[in-house]
Ligand binder design. Structure first.
Ligand code: PLP
Length: 231
């Protein structure tokens, strides 16, 4: 990693932190959303630089790639989040290696993660992925399915349901972005009436974090605007 690349990463991170700060103030929100740095498709060297700048939570989307990186970063203080699509043959590796899973979209996966989370580890933090924007959105569960999963998880001792994650269909229009995020927020608030322990609403990426913060996001997931374009 050249000096120039290091400097670029530092600049990018501080710009993102400034955007989060500015939006939080503009929306007069009491607290800032957490930042998840999405490092998929970027090398371990970049993760080290960003971690050394104070960022501790990182998100990965591909199980194999993530585990290889973790093995090179065992001594580093990092909280790992899995945010990619989950195939059932990968749940064991996820359950044994991550602190958080944000992309749980069906009961079968939830049940497997609970069975496979080792007793010796703390509970696995889970976000259920909510499908917003109808047919144009590829993955996620609908409201009925999400309610069924939260209900079932009440008796799953190895999991802790923390809230929702959502990826709306891409849009460049601020108002359209807000419309999607408000729908997610409304559903999250509805769930909180029954499950007041929920504390995490993960929404907002590089292109729409301001709209997400306006709609109550408590965690934004930023890849490109920190690490640059993925190859
Ligand atoms: C890749 C990814 C991100 C980061 O997206 P950027 O547009 O690069 O900021 C966020 N969330 C999920 C679920 C992702 O897969």
């Amino acid at each position: 990693m050249t000096q120039q690349n290091q400097q670029k990463l530092a600049e990018n991170l501080s710009q993102i932190l400034n955007r989060i700060e500015a939006s939080t103030r503009l929306q007069q929100r009491a607290s800032k959303p957490r930042l998840l740095a999405v490092s998929k498709k970027h090398p371990v060297e970049k993760i080290k630089i960003v971690q050394a700048l104070g960022q501790k939570e990182f998100g990965e989307s591909y199980v194999q790639e993530a585990v290889e990186k973790m093995n090179q970063l065992t001594d580093w203080d990092i909280v790992w989040h899995f945010i990619g699509p989950i195939q059932s043959n990968k749940t064991k590796t996820i359950a044994e290696n991550f602190a958080w899973v944000q992309s749980v979209d069906r009961m079968k996966i939830l049940v497997r993660l609970n069975k496979q989370r080792p007793e010796s580890m703390p509970e696995l933090n889970v976000l259920l992925q909510y499908k917003v924007g109808g047919e144009s959105s590829k993955s996620g569960a609908n409201q009925t399915e999400i309610k069924e999963m939260i209900e079932a998880a009440e008796s799953m001792s190895q999991l802790k349901i923390r809230g929702l994650m959502s990826i709306p269909p891409p849009s460049d229009e601020f108002d359209q972005q807000c419309a999607y995020f408000s729908e997610v927020q409304a559903f999250y608030q509805l769930l909180k009436n029954t499950y007041p322990q929920l504390d995490t609403l993960s929404m907002g990426m590089s292109g729409d974090l301001e709209a997400a913060i306006k709609s109550g996001s408590t965690m934004v997931r930023i890849g490109t605007d920190i690490f640059g374009p993925r190859t």
